[in-house]
Write a protein that binds this ligand. Structure first.
Ligand code: COA
Length: 185
C-alpha cells in the first residue's frame, strides 16, 4: 500500500486539470451497502484482524448477523465483489450506538468511511433514533477527524477501556435531529 501511495504522489501521476480530476472521480468505484449475512462473516473477520489490534472474533460478527433486525444493523460495503468496509450498529430506545466501523486499509482516505457513517446514521434517523453514540481511542486521529466532521462531541471518558493496552475510550455523541454531516462546511 505504501508503494502505491508513493507512486500516486509523483507529479506525472497527478491529474493535471480540473477536468481530468473530475474524470478520475467519475471513474471512482461506487460501493454498495448490504446487510451483513453469514456469507460475509469470514471476510469481515479477516478485514477486522487487519485494521484493529484488538479485533472482534468471527463469532462476534456471527452474533450480530443473528441479532434481531430491530435491535442491530450489521452492514457491509462492497465495491463489486470486494469487501471495502463494514459497520455494526445497535438501536437502543432512541439512540443508535455505533459498535464497530472500519474501512479496508487499501481504501482508507477516499471518503468511504464518511459514506458508511452517513448510511448508518440515515438508517438510525429512518428508525426514529434521535442521537448517536460511539467509543473511540483518543489516539485514533483519523477516526476522530471523521466523527468531528459529522458533529460528534466528547461527552465522557471510559478509563482504561480497551482490554489489549488499557487505553482510555472517549465517548462521543451527536444529535440526529438535523443532518450533522451537512452542518460542517
Ligand atoms: C476511521 C476510518 C473508518 C475512516 O474511514 P476513511 O474512509 O479512511 O475516511 P474518509 O476517507 O471518509 O475521511 C473522512 C475524514 O477522515 C479524516 N481523514 C481521512 N484521512 C485522514 C488522515 N490520513 N489523517 C487524518 N484524518 C484523516 C478527514 O477528516 C476526512 O475528512 P475530509 O475528507 O473532509 O478530509 C478508517 O480510517 C478506518 O477504518 N480506520 C481503522 C479502523 C478504525 O479506526 N475504526 C474506527 C474505530 S472508532
Amino acid at each position: 500500500m505504501r508503494k502505491s501511495v508513493a507512486k500516486a504522489a509523483t507529479p506525472t501521476n497527478l491529474p493535471r486539470t480540473e477536468r481530468e480530476a473530475s474524470s478520475v472521480r467519475a471513474r471512482a468505484p461506487r460501493p454498495r451497502f448490504k446487510r451483513m449475512t453469514i456469507a460475509d462473516v469470514a471476510e469481515v473477520a479477516a478485514l477486522e484482524a487487519r485494521v484493529f489490534p484488538d479485533p472482534w472474533s468471527a463469532d462476534s460478527f456471527l452474533a450480530e448477523v443473528e441479532r434481531k433486525p430491530d435491535i442491530g444493523y450489521p452492514v457491509v460495503m462492497r465495491d463489486g465483489s470486494d469487501l471495502v468496509a463494514y459497520a455494526v450498529v445497535w438501536f437502543v430506545v432512541d439512540e443508535i450506538h455505533i459498535g464497530n466501523v472500519a474501512v479496508s486499509p487499501d481504501e482508507q482516505g477516499r471518503g468511504l468511511g464518511a459514506s458508511l457513517l452517513t448510511h448508518v446514521l440515515e438508517e438510525g434517523r429512518r428508525r426514529g433514533m434521535v442521537w448517536a453514540t460511539l467509543e473511540v481511542r483518543p489516539s485514533n486521529v483519523r477516526a476522530l477527524a471523521l466523527y468531528e466532521r459529522f458533529g460528534f462531541e466528547k461527552i465522557a471518558v471510559r478509563k482504561r477501556y480497551y482490554a489489549n493496552d488499557r487505553e482510555d475510550a472517549w465517548v462521543l455523541a451527536c444529535t440526529l435531529e438535523r443532518r450533522p454531516e451537512r452542518r460542517v462546511g
